[in-house]
Design a protein around this ligand. Structure first.
Ligand code: UDP
Ligand code: MG
Length: 140
């Protein structure tokens, strides 16, 4: 077991429906600790760079438009195996496939507007955290 940090976004469909508290309760109840957090209006440039791995996918433009459509909450979660644990708590990308009790099963509206982002590996977690937070903003 390893104490890890992972990057999380509460996406516009969830901020719009006032679900930030309910979503963060899921993380905290599962033992993940929020060690950095801010609500921001993402810019198109930030969204495009953040999701650049998907630049060739057909949904890329729509995804970027969605991510700037309302404010988001960017945050860092810390805990044992936080990267994998966060993905488990989030559930599958498509809410139709998400396990009962997961954030996406309970709150996501569609495969695109699916309430949360979570890093998928240690390398991406490190890059994504550093994209939005300075070291001084991580207070564990
Ligand atoms: N997405 C989409 N349509 C798809 C697949 C993904 O709109 O068919 C969006 C969705 O918001 C997803 C994001 O693109 O969360 C990133 O996709 P990824 O495959 O990395 O899913 P995740 O890691 O978020 O589960
Ligand atoms: Mg992903």
């Amino acid at each position: 077991m390893a104490l890890e940090r992972t990057f999380s976004i509460i996406k516009p469909d969830a901020t719009r429906r006032n679900l930030t508290g309910k979503i963060n309760a899921k993380f905290e109840e599962a033992g993940l600790r929020i060690v950095a957090q801010k609500r921001i209006q993402m810019t198109m440039a930030q969204a495009g760079e953040f999701y650049s791995v998907h630049a060739e996918r057909p949904f890329y433009g729509e995804l970027c438009e969605f991510m700037v459509s309302e404010p988001v909450v960017v945050q860092v979660l810390e805990g044992e195996n936080a990267i994998t644990r966060n993905r488990e708590i989030m559930g599958a990308t498509n809410p139709a496939d998400a396990a009962p009790g997961t954030i996406r099963a309970e709150f996501a509206e569609s495969v695109g507007e699916n309430s949360v982002h979570g890093s998928d590996a240690p390398e991406t977690a490190a890059v994504e955290i550093a994209y939005f937070f300075s070291g001084l903003e991580l207070v564990g």
